[in-house]
Design a binder for this molecule. Sequence first.
Ligand code: 3H9
Length: 692
Amino acid sequence: MVAINSVAELTIDGEVALVAIDSPPVNALSQAVRDGLKRGVEAAEANGAVKAIVIICGGRTFIAGADISEFGKPPAPPHLPEVLDRIENASKPVVAALHGTALGGGFEVALTAHYRIAVPSAKCGLPEIKLGLIPGAGGTQRLPRLIGVEKALEVILSGSPFSAREAKEWGVVDELAEEGKLRESALAFARRLIAEKAPLRKVRDRSDKLEPARSHPEIFEAIRKANAGKFRGFEAWEKAIESVKNAVELPFEEGIVKEREMFMALLQTTQSKAQRHVFFAERQAAKVEGIGADEPTRRIASVGVIGAGTMGGGIAMNFLSAGIPVTIVETSKEALDRGVSVMRRNYEATAKKGRLTMAEVGERMGRLAPTLDFGALGKADLVIEAVFENMDLKKGVFERLDGVAKPGAILASNTSYLDIDAIAAKTKRPEDVLGMHFFSPANVMRLLEIVRGAKTSKSVLATITRLTPKIGKIGVVVGVCHGFVSNRMLAQRQREAMKLILEGATPWDVDRVQVEFGMPMGSFAMSDLAGLDIGWSAETSKRSTIREILCEEGRRGQKTGAGFYDYDEARNAKPSARVETIIREFAASKGIAQRAIGDGEMLERCVYPMINEGAKILQEGKAQRASDIDIVWVYGYGWPVYRGGPMFYADAVGLKAVLSKLKEFQSRFGDDFKPAALLETLAADGGAFSHS
Ligand code: 3H9
């Protein structure tokens, strides 16, 4: 064995040379890895005794792609295409031996090898689209030649990995190795190739799998049409389709040059920068200040949920799906039965879509223990309260819970606004209390705001942050403040949206601008979905807001068939003439002059106060970092990932420009727009949230 460089080794085993890469954590294609691959193959070629070459990786995975952290920095040679040419044009058969995840550039390395072998647990894929990119080292040219255009487009446009078994079935992988015995299997495979004098099979030379697309060029248009909704707003999709089309229409040499040009151009786009930002932000969010990897955690083998309403049921489902038994408590049999049947129906709906078997539905529901006995919570390691959003009610529940929960149990509130410290103070163990704010529908939305109370212990926080990915969520730790990060910022947007309609915009105009920006739905559609009567009661209603008037007229949102919009049977929204009249008359009664408002102003009025609130949240230390705020918005509200989250968006617009607009709005509309001190400082210093 000889070291080629700091991450690559060459071992000669009889007639086979093994080029082994070991560059933790994921063997990404850094300069050293590229150099190691190139020089490793060259050394193996130069050795007269060697008749075949195996590329294999150490650690948890084969190469997981280009080194994303190197993007945007000056590229250092050797460049990947040069390395791949070296592999593909080797004069001896090269075998790529895959385990873990062969992704992106890593999979492209494997596609230039003449043969591929993988352990059954390995996965392959081209996830570049998720980073606002297209494969940039031959993926769009080689994969269609190997598995056909339609399948290749599926892989490239979804960005989702496929299993080694599928790879074998499709002809991507030539052989499956025995699990845990990749090295031996790859050596044996290489020896067989030598014995059989196997040819140097180059994917680039194949064209048989391209034929069906040649005779049916309309498949490209069909894919665009079928995915129009999913592709909305993203720049990379079209380039991916174009590049695969090039594979069909152009010689390999031309197709690959064009692919590289498109890849390099996409690398510079704000969209790709935003998506790369989200990739790293997501991983950063898991890191909590002051809590090391060695912080002891508590065992969570059973969970209690208080309240079987929409939130309680959705929360319980996360744990049931993750294999953790749940005791769910209600105060009446009707409410309990209703909650349980909604959960079952939700699982059955998933099963109907083919994403669960009925047996799995049974298993999951089998882990649920519904009860009216509050005392049954005494066995749970974690109890999550999901009762109506009312401070007195929640305080009462925690006082009672303190009496039944076992010592060491973690007590969480799913409040979306309220002061966790005040709730914790009702117990004799505030160190065991924290907030777990799920987003509706709680079994679907990925975000979990983890609210760290003043007294929450480190081990409690560490336990919950480590549990979060196990239930399929992305956790962001936030501090105690009204509405936390999510609802505190949302309140800014909703307030401005309401002001805009009084000043002359229609609800559908405001919503359209937000949707064109990339949000899944606008402010008013969202209010209608949630219900306009949250916190409203007929007894106290004074027709003093548009919302109150709508509720009094029975327009309480989607559930009543009318809110800001009119809804048909299928819940399709239509603008309402009645609502326009209500707004016009209400504005007149308040002496508010109506005017035409441009799209630009609507967008800035909705988004800039959110950014400003985000800055206040940061300066108060209620979020650990700006990128955590971005994660809250991307995963809690569907903020378009290609705009990176509100704080990334602010950086992309430029903080000076955001500040000057806020000042202009402040002088026109008042102190709702008063800039945060942090924003002033950063803008003055030419800084950015991403570096703050
Ligand atoms: C590409 O390949 C372009 C080519 O077509 C053309 C080139 C010319 N780079 O996710 P984890 C870090 S585009 C740099 O927690 P897991 C990650 O930040 C690329 N760093 O582990 C984290 O660091 P930290 C296409 C990377 O086991 C640590 O590794 N490839 C990269 O849950 C562990 O990551 C992709 O998009 C990278 N490529 O999941 C694959 N990947 O510990 C992206 C990871 O400091 N990666 N890191 O926070 C993944 O999907 C997952 O990381 C993977 C492992 C499935 C591999």
